[in-house]
Design a protein around this ligand. Structure first.
Ligand code: F0G
Length: 459
């Protein structure tokens, strides 16, 4: 078998067959990677190899923005790969937005992953994860979610009818746009009286006991699909590597998969330069920021200090600290991919920052004014970029790609509360979270139902 599963802990390093189903290494409990025997596989000589597939869009897998990079995630035969048209996303040079971040025109690019079928980047991973589910003959699947993973799993199960989906969500913790998707697409929806961290713990237990195929980003096949976000960024830049990739951090699956993408591209000789990675936490859900920036936790060749992490979580429990942010997608205090993210930060000379609710919403308004818009969590990437430019960590003429992870329509409450004129609604959604100003708001104007009044207003 040229693809297999491999434990990331170097003191264990055990391998498992592609068709075994594990959430973690059964021998030591560490995370698993999908690995390949590259020397036995037809590896492209250069990234421009993939351009030949642009002309093959009648083949669904070549149309897919995930599977047209099949040679870089070859764990299933191309014709077996599940697709519902994911990855038709765009890298946009965002000159209108660049000054907000303190960058010169031509330096800022926004990668709109909200254009996926379910409206978030999760579909990249779900195409790959459901493909593995199909290979192992899974009939029932589950995930815990802050909303987008559940919407994505629900749409893949709804369209392909391969598996039944059960989703675990924190009660009252997800934006309505996302909840409405899971319900509409027919997923069995379990609202746990708790938050995402509780739902994540329960779904792992339930999956083991009930033999449900787990499709959280603990699933290493999901992360294979998310590598392709980076391949499309490079494609959008004519196969040039940017200076920075900036991404919001929640459960840390995306940042982990980006790191793996660059490790592999570098190892295969397909890139020479490695971009720097910035992972941005919300200040109300800042485990990675604290551990990495404040307490110096590092990957350490795979031997990262587990006692340190345990002490951190024990302290968090003792203080009763719970994740809390308007960016509900990243309202996570116990990120399951923490160690893989540390590997990505290590390889990509990364940094971590935290941004406030105010900074997230102001950045979101600027993304929206610049074009296609995004949900609050996604805007953390622009808010983090602004902070890093102000600090001088990112140079103002460096080439920066912010990943906009979710569509603007996912969370209309946050948008309407920011731009609208309803003070009560503002207080309820944003004011109680410490948002004080709406400097970048595009307020609607009320006018009498009278043509002269309207003309007077518009003159
Ligand atoms: N942005 C959005 C819009 C998300 O939905 C998520 C994660 C993230 C960023 C963070 O990505 O977890 O890979 O670090 N949402 C998950 C969910 C947790 O359940 O939908 P990450």
């Amino acid at each position: 078998m040229t693809a297999f599963q491999h434990c990331i802990n170097p003191d264990c390093g055990h391998s498992f067959d592609l068709l075994e189903v594990h959430h973690r290494c059964p021998d030591c409990g560490a995370l698993l990677d999908v690995e390949y025997e590259w020397d036995k596989l037809p590896v492209p000589k250069s990234l421009s190899h993939f351009e030949q597939y642009w002309g093959q869009r009648r083949i669904p897998q070549r149309h897919s923005g995930v599977w047209r990079f099949h040679e870089l995630l070859p764990f299933a035969k191309l014709e077996e790969c599940v697709t519902i048209g994911e990855g038709q996303t765009i890298l946009q040079k965002a000159d209108y937005v660049a000054p907000y971040a303190g960058l010169v025109p031509g330096s800022l690019y926004l990668q709109y992953e909200g254009m996926n079928p379910s409206g978030s980047f999760k579909d990249n991973g779900m195409a790959a994860g459901t493909t593995h589910g199909k290979l192992v003959g899974a009939k029932h699947t589950a995930c815990a979610s802050t909303g987008n993973t559940s919407a994505s799993l629900a749409i893949y199960c709804g369209v392909t009818r391969m598996m039944n989906a059960v989703i675990f969500i924190g009660s009252g913790k997800i934006a309505y746009g996302k909840l409405s998707q899971a319900l509409d697409y027919g997923a069995r929806t379990i609202q746990i009286e708790g938050d995402f961290d509780d739902a994540m713990a329960r779904v792992q237990e339930a999956s083991k006991k009930l033999n449900l195929y787990l499709l959280n980003s603990l699933n290493p096949f999901r992360l294979e699909g998310q590598k392709t976000i980076m391949f499309r960024v490079l494609e959008g830049l004519g196969w040039e590597v940017p200076d920075w990739i900036v991404v919001p951090g929640g459960n840390l699956g995306n940042s982990s998969s980006f790191g793996k993408a660059f490790i592999e591209l570098h190892k295969l000789g397909l890139i020479k330069k490695v971009p720097r990675l910035a992972v941005i936490n919300a200040a109300g859900a800042d485990t990675l920021y604290r551990l990495f920036e404040k307490e110096g936790l590092r990957w350490n060749g795979g031997r990262c200090d587990q006692t340190h992490i345990k002490k951190f979580y024990d302290q968090m429990d003792a203080e009763g600290r719970r994740a809390n942010t308007i960016a509900s997608a990243i309202e996570i205090n116990r990120p399951v991919n923490l160690t893989k993210c540390l590997r990505a930060l290590d390889f990509c000379n990364g940094v971590v920052r935290e941004v406030t609710e105010q900074e997230i919403l102001d950045a979101k308004a600027n993304v929206g004014a610049g074009g296609l818009g995004c949900e609050p969590a996604s805007a953390a990437s622009l808010a983090g970029t602004k902070k890093l430019v102000a600090e001088g960590v990112i140079g103002k003429d460096e080439r920066v790609v912010c990943i906009l992870t979710g569509n603007q329509l996912k969370d209309p409450n946050a948008t309407v509360a920011y731009h609208g004129n309803n003070k009560e609604f503002f207080d309820q959604v944003l004011g109680k979270r410490g948002v004080k100003t709406t400097e970048f708001a595009n307020h609607p104007v009320t006018v009498a139902n009278d043509i002269d009044a309207i003309i007077d207003l518009l003159k």
